[in-house]
Design a protein around this ligand. Sequence first.
Ligand SMILES: [Zn+2]
Length: 655
Amino acid sequence: MRRWLALAATGLLGLVAGCAPTALRQPATAVRPLGAGFRYSLYGPKQDPGPAYWARVGREMAARFPGAVPETIWIVGRLDGEGCRLSFPVAGGGPLIRGEPEDRNEAALDLFDAQGFRVWLQVEPAMASVEELIDLVLERYRHHPSVVGVGVDVEWYRSTAQPEGQAVTDAEARAWLAAIRAHRPSYRLFLKHWEPGKLPAGVRDGVLFIDDSQILPSLPAMVAEFAAWGRAFAPAPVGFQLGYLSDRPWWSRLDDPPRRLGEAILAAVPNAAGLYWVDFTVNEVFPPAGAAAPPPLLGVKVYEHEGDPEQLVARWRQLGINTAFVGAELARRDDLRAALARAGMPLYVIFPVLYAPAELDADPGLYAITAGGRPARDDWVQHACPSDEGLRRKRVEEARELVRSLRPAGLSLDFIRHHVYWEMVRPDADPTALPDTCYCPRCLRRFAAATPGAAGLPLDDPSAAAAWIRARAPTEWARFKRETITSLAWEIIQAARAERPSIRIAVHVVPWRGDDFAGAIDRIVAQDRDALGGIADFLAPMTYSFMLYRPPEWIASVVEDVAATCRCPVLPSVQVAVRYRNSDTLSPEEFEACLRAALRPPSAGVVLWKWEYLAAEPAKAEVVRRVFAGAAEARREGAPRPPDPGRSTTERKTP
Ligand SMILES: [Zn+2]
């Protein structure tokens, strides 16, 4: 459900699930075979290779489910101002109904006729008359035997600014169905929304009820919600739109997402009659034949810049940089965002979570506490307690506000972990000497409450608590630490996606492999890379090999290790200039070796840390230009594909 958390919180979800008598269920397949295919719009797909491609997608989707026939939701009328624009010439429409000079649908419909498709023609009516739209659409296309009816996207019914829609009454639904059946008595109507309450309570016959819910946390959550939808409209058939970008972090990890989602839904929803993969991700899941592999993400981090942003972005373009990772403060500059937008370069905003100098100055009680009872602070590195509810809520709201006001393509979450000054941890470091946090009373109370047998834990003495935990519950403690971090990441990501479903999320991770320092990635910094990989779009290890006294090849080994653990795309960053080892030299040759190691499969690309350094070193800028040109070329020749770095082209107000 698009507002899943809000509805779950108010109990509506349970209400919907509980109100339909199960005795009414009857398999929709008894009436007609399952339809499986896709949703199509002019504005949805990244590439529209033409009718043959769509016919192939429909066939391949249907082939995944025994007995299914190819079926499509083919959108012929899209929201246009206060009204609807039909994708064919319209004679004498009013101010609320416009057409286009050329027909955009005939060729595809001919092909669908020939291949036994079932086609729903959908409109987004806004303030236009639905009956008038139905007549225009069916007068034009009813000669196609593949057409089975007309669909109305209720999110855009008498709604133009927000995809909320006015609830459809029984009388309206009957009138629309009658208008459709005046053209052919066997035609049907579909109504689409993600809230059952927006659809008619009494009319069932002749109507298919489609749920286009998204921003779901997992496959089980999707199935549970879709099952409730099925019960709400039983015995009428129901259908589902699948594959939204906002849900991509979890479905993209499945081996065959359309099949896995479809099978899970069919097992849980007896009246499921239609499964439609959405066009926003269709190119990724059903790659067009001969399509060029999407380019690697070649990014740069930048925190400060004084000069002309147009020149800056032009320089990045010259070097082959295709994505900007910008510090939150700099990203507020309108001229920089405008320059990026003009260049078509995605903006990721770097968002530090538990690095909180301002908050810690104002309230030292927010510091995370080490096992020795000291505040979590080493040099410039300082960490807030990850359990503090006030700070957690503040960060969630900041992320929401940032996404709402800056509309970035991505958010790059930094400092979402427990405290450690990892930049100082050399390969031969003693694992037992790494700092362990947070032993503040807040965290200890939460841990005690969540852990059976923790009744004897001292709650107000960090050193005693640490000794108690080390002796009795080290595994539970490490798990608790990871869950504390993962849940915070989830809350922030959820808020960001609610504002902008297509937003891409990178999570910066400490560049330690699973076995390094006796499992310190899990027990010290507590970044659960498997769980984080399930909710983010990229994990981004900060593979700054030089400062860590590691050789360039080490970077590739970290990328491989993270990829094996997180099962999501991995985006390493590399350091451009010397930090910390100030008497040593990071040569252009070593820098080049680092870049090449970082780009080795399964890497999704590389991010340079940072522009301020690169701008001062022309020899390294030339290395970047040369390596990036080669990387883009190599991908074109069929090396393993990284995901698309950060598109925002599919986003309208809502899918
Ligand atoms: Zn704490």
